[in-house]
Design a protein around this ligand. Structure first.
Ligand SMILES: [Zn+2]
Ligand SMILES: [Zn+2]
Length: 343
């Protein structure tokens, strides 16, 4: 089968190549991948920027956001059958450590994560445990299902910031995570959502507008903090989602936050400067987290099923798997919405 493989330790050493179709054990299923989305984590692995809990094994097939059709099942699999449409949950905890037992497998130090600690989804087929394959409702398209993992991250983030009807929110960074938050916050009754980006986000601003953003702020042309403060009459907002990959945005998130605001951060930069006094004086709560739990995944499927948070409006590019190298270059330019591979 074809797969996108990082084949050596060198930065950028990846190509589409022929590899063996993976074998399945008695409790595994073989999934023929229909759609798989490219994520910032994939780029960081391909270009040696990834800092994880375990070293990334090389060679590795990257990718961890995917949906497909069951092509084969192990002897002991009872609840799934060939031709079932499924989405793949990428993270499994060890099940034995204290964090797994406390229900936080995303904190497990011995986790397995598709495309990070083992072969992932930029391939024609993948073998996963039957527990990692969740059946898709009839009305959920493979395109929408391709982004269930980042939509699941949005579920987790909203669980943290707990928006209330009438809240105001700022989203810093209009990439796909930002645009999923926009849909979820609007659906949760947040009345004014500000989306902050830069000149390069022209296409993303258009999508944000279609998805109901109330204020779109181009930080290349105007001061986003001043604009938010002017519109909120100096108070700031109740919820801040920071998804831009720039350390400057962490302090911006603190500055646009109003009294008792909840701030959810996705930026994976190792350093940023903030004013702790603002955090204290405003009584802020700042949330960080990684990956997601099964409950977030299940809720994300439901969000798509009811049509409240969808990937299709956010997908700007789709490539066949054979053109994965081109797709990654497009994604790396950083101007797109979601970029997916289709089989
Ligand atoms: Zn991802
Ligand atoms: Zn564990």
């Amino acid at each position: 089968m074809k797969a996108l493989v990082k084949y050596s330790e060198e930065s950028g050493a990846y190509k589409v190549q022929d590899v063996e179709i993976p074998k399945i054990g008695p409790h595994d299923v073989l999934v023929k991948i229909k759609t798989t989305a490219i994520c910032g984590t994939d780029l960081s692995i391909l270009y040696n920027k990834y800092i994880g809990r375990k070293p990334v094994p090389i060679p590795i097939i990257v990718g961890h956001e995917a949906a497909g059709i069951i092509a084969d099942i192990g002897k002991e699999v009872r609840d799934l059958k060939i031709n079932d449409r499924v989405v793949i949950e990428p993270l499994q905890g060890c099940g034995k450590c204290i964090d797994c037992k406390l229900g936080n497998k995303n904190m497990c130090h011995d986790w397995e994560h598709l495309g990070i600690t083992c072969d992932g989804t930029f391939a024609e087929y993948i073998a996963v445990s039957e527990d990692a394959a969740h059946k898709l409702p009839e009305n959920v398209s493979f395109k929408n299902a391709s982004c269930l993992e980042p939509i699941g991250l949005t579920v987790r983030s909203l669980e943290h910031v707990a928006p209330v009807l009438g809240d105001r929110a700022v989203i810093i960074g209009p990439g796909k995570i930002g645009l999923f938050h926009l849909q979820a916050l609007k659906a949760s009754g947040v009345t004014e959502v500000f989306v902050i980006g830069l000149d390069q986000d022209k296409k993303r601003f258009e999508i944000a507008e279609q998805l109901g953003a109330d204020f779109i702020i181009n930080g290349s042309k105007e001061d986003p903090i001043k604009k938010v403060m002017d519109i909120t009459k100096g108070r700031g907002v109740d919820v801040v989602i920071e998804t831009a990959n720039s350390p400057k945005c962490f302090s911006m998130a603190i500055e646009v936050a109003g009294p008792k605001a909840r701030v959810s951060t996705f930026g994976l930069y190792p350093e940023a400067t903030i004013a702790p006094v603002s955090v204290i004086r405003k009584g802020l709560t700042i949330f960080g987290d990684v990956a997601l739990l099964t409950k977030h995944f299940i809720r994300a499927i439901r969000w798509i099923e009811i049509g409240k948070v969808l990937a299709e409006p956010v997908i700007t590019h789709s490539f066949p798997l054979e053109e994965a190298e081109v797709a990654i270059r497009v994604f790396k330019e950083g101007e797109e919405g979601a970029v997916i591979l289709e089989n």
